[in-house]
Design a protein around this ligand. Structure first.
Ligand code: SF4
Length: 228
């Protein structure tokens, strides 16, 4: 059975609703500012932790050293990474949760993923070919059967998970340098495999856009991205 393409109108309506969300206003130390990017044709869905302070201030996700490392792992230029028709970005918590004194950023707001992810995923699923779960919060939210295992064990199952269209990655934060240095197999074995799946997902997107160009009726033709 073929799944219907997500409606651009539905996606934009949901995005507007999420962008205006204030559910956690009473618990956040600042005004809620959801930061995410979704479009109808993105074959890659990136689910990370939550925006940090810099992302909260600029509104640009992965606009930091973590983002640089992640783009290197994925072998994507900033232009490709920030093209919402290639890569959808939906953190486990859409707003910066603030910091705990001396401990860095707080965990993502717990009600955020249950509130927004099922609705976004329903619309994005028909075009998503590869889901990247970055860090333990994303793994817990989307691979609950793996949540109790050490993250390294889940990351090591990448060959098996990638065949299911999903992969767990360590957080690329500079705070994780030691974790990565202790596990050289990640860069040596998992990163090349990950890049191959990213390239394949982008190639699938080109085919998807061309096929939609031939078969789709009139919906938002002007908004359709060019293949390539
Ligand atoms: S963290 Fe999520 S649920 Fe909470 S205010 Fe932001 S968008 Fe809404």
């Amino acid at each position: 059975m073929t799944q219907r393409r997500p409606s651009l109108r539905e996606l934009r309506r949901l995005s507007a609703e999420a962008a205006a969300c204030t559910l956690c206003a009473a618990e956040l130390p600042h005004r809620p500012r959801p930061v995410f990017r979704v479009e109808r044709f993105a074959p890659i869905l990136l689910i990370g932790q939550a925006p940090g302070r810099r992302v909260h201030e600029t509104g640009l996700p992965w606009n930091d050293l973590s983002g640089q490392t992640l783009r290197r792992w994925l072998e994507l230029s900033p232009e490709e990474f920030y093209d919402p028709n290639r890569l959808a970005i939906l953190p486990t918590g859409l707003c910066w949760p603030g910091t705990d004194r001396g401990k860095g950023d707080r965990p993502p707001m717990p009600r955020c993923a249950p509130t927004w992810h099922p609705r976004f995923l329903e619309l994005l699923r028909p075009t998503t070919r590869l889901t990247l779960l970055v860090g333990s919060y994303a793994v817990a939210a989307h691979l609950p059967d793996q949540a109790k295992r050490p993250l390294a064990d889940v990351v090591a199952t990448a060959p098996e998970l990638l065949r299911r269209g999903v992969v767990a990655l360590p957080h690329p934060s500079p705070r994780n340098r030691r974790w990565l240095a202790q596990r050289p197999w990640f860069e040596r074995e998992i990163v090349p495999l990950l890049r191959a799946y990213v390239r394949q997902a982008l190639a699938d997107r080109r085919a998807m856009v061309k096929s939609d160009d031939r078969s789709a009726p009139s919906e938002a033709r002007r908004d359709r991205p060019r293949a390539g």
